[in-house]
Design a protein around this ligand. Structure first.
Ligand code: UGA
Length: 451
């Protein structure tokens, strides 16, 4: 919404949320306290807030005045009931549609922006039309429902929104499509705006994320094959990426994909396939997820085995807790599984991350810091000081590719550590030649031990 406001000074953009604290945080004068860390976002908020960009709890006024409403709410995987573990929970989409139905006036275009299962627009339409049944003639409201899924990635969100590869608009109402297209055309060239039917638009979003996730599982599978065979996954990725049919992007082997979307969208896809009795297709996509889980577990296991199965009371330093760099988001971060595996095996973990807070980590690990829950499992601590994290550490594990980890002087670090000391690079960002000049034992994803 900040990008729309920035590119359309003639349009008023209001962001509404049930959560008052969140709205307060978005209105905070101190831009470092915004609820989301995203490069470039605070600048846009600073430039446009209270000019044509407003953050408010006033549902009634904002909805009744709006010509276009974007529903951008959370659609987490259901944890109970029908489809638990696979299907998306649409309760927030549903309650948003009900609120819009209550307060809208005249004709309103509803745009589904959240990632949703195919046919969600149908649900929104049903809610909107049933809200009309009891109204008197002079109160009649009309709605058009469009799908326009979001393709931005966290960490590069502003850049992705300013210059998208494409924008999708799915729907049937030509007038509404034209109106939304004209809004986007304020900064996006018309040839990048694709018009499709509703279901193609919704399915394209799931498919894009499924293909991207599949690419990561594919390169991670190859990383595991590189390690015992002596191949280097970076060289393999470069070689295959030079084939223009494959392309070079999204071929970085790592500890497994995280984030709020890939797993959820794959689960949705699997659920949809099973619903239509396409079990082989469902199994195909499920394998992408299984491989992702396996990659995380394989990394925890090889770390533990490097210490001959005993990491109890060893100090292990984790560099990076967010699911990727340039975000403070920890949802589905591979760091959660790997840190928990090490804690379960008795390790004393020190976690460093430039943007993630101690309380976020505590929520993600479902454990408070600095406390031994029982004598058989380990503890975790948080530090903002790299030196504190490195001092007397037995092992360092790089889990997020933050820029500041690229400049670490590994020779100096090795002198601070307890011997024998280990470095595990799950992101493939450390130059092996530099490590050879230190006394560190080294493992690198897709390359293996001490190579
Ligand atoms: C992803 C998609 O890239 C967006 O297009 C989509 O809009 C978004 O989901 C969404 O549905 O909201 P995001 O999850 O923010 O975006 O981040 P990605 O850059 O896709 O990274 C996802 C995970 O894959 C991260 O854990 C990242 O470290 C990992 N990854 C990515 C790799 O391990 N290797 C790569 O080569 C690329």
């Amino acid at each position: 919404m900040a990008v729309i406001a920035d590119n359309c000074p003639h349009i008023q953009v209001s962001l509404i949320d049930l959560n008052e604290d969140r709205i307060k945080a978005w209105n905070n004068k101190d831009l470092s306290k915004l609820p989301v860390y995203e490069p470039g976002l605070s600048h846009l908020i600073d430039k446009n807030r209270n000019k044509n960009l407003f953050f408010t709890n006033n549902f009634k006024q904002s909805i009744s005045e709006a010509d276009i409403i974007f529903i951008s709410v959370n659609t987490p995987t259901k944890d109970k009931g029908l489809g638990a573990g696979y299907a998306s929970d649409l309760k927030w989409v549903e309650s948003s549609a009900r609120t819009v139905a209550e307060f809208a006036k005249g004709h309103t275009i509803i745009v589904e922006k959240s990632t949703v299962p195919v046919k969600t627009a149908e649900l929104i339409k049903k809610i909107l039309s049933s809200s009309q049944e009891d109204l008197k003639k002079n109160q009649i409201k009309t709605f058009s429902v469009l799908s326009s899924p979001e393709f931005l990635a966290e960490g590069t969100a502003i850049k992705d929104l300013e210059n998208p590869d494409r924008v999708l608009i799915g729907g049937e109402d030509k007038e509404a499509i034209e109106k939304l297209s004209l809004l986007y055309q304020n900064w996006i060239p018309k040839n990048k705006i694709f018009i499709t039917n509703l279901w193609s638009s919704e399915l394209s979003k799931l498919t894009a994320n499924a293909f991207l996730a599949q690419r990561i599982s594919s390169i991670n599978a190859i990383s595991a094959l590189c390690e015992p065979t002596g191949a280097d996954v970076l060289e393999v990725a470069k070689a295959i990426g030079a084939d223009s049919r494959i392309g070079e992007k999204f071929l970085n082997a790592g500890p497994g994909f995280g984030g709020s979307c890939f797993q959820k969208d794959l689960l949705n896809m699997i659920y949809l396939c099973r619903y239509y009795a396409l079990d082989e297709v469902a199994n195909y996509w499920e394998q992408v997820l299984l491989l992702n889980e396996w990659q995380k577990k394989r990394i925890s296991k090889l770390i533990i085995e490097s210490f001959f199965g005993t990491i109890s009371s060893k100090k292990i330093t984790i560099l990076g807790f967010s699911f990727k760099s340039n975000t403070n988001d920890t949802r589905q971060s591979p760091a959660i599984t790997i840190a928990n595996d090490l804690i379960e095996n008795g390790a004393n973990i020190y976690i460093h991350d430039p943007q993630v807070s101690e309380s976020q980590i505590s929520m993600a690990l479902k454990n408070p810091p600095d406390q031994k829950i029982n004598s058989s499992i380990g503890t975790w601590h948080f530090t903002k000081e790299l030196k504190v994290a490195f001092k007397n550490s037995d092992a360092i594990i790089i889990l997020t590719e933050w820029e500041e980890y690229l400049d670490i002087n590994w020779n100096e670090v090795s002198l601070l550590m307890r011997k024998p000391s280990w470095l595990f690079d799950t992101r493939g960002i450390v130059d092996s030649k530099i490590i050879k000049k230190t006394n560190l034992n080294f493992w690198k994803v897709g390359r293996g031990f001490n190579t």
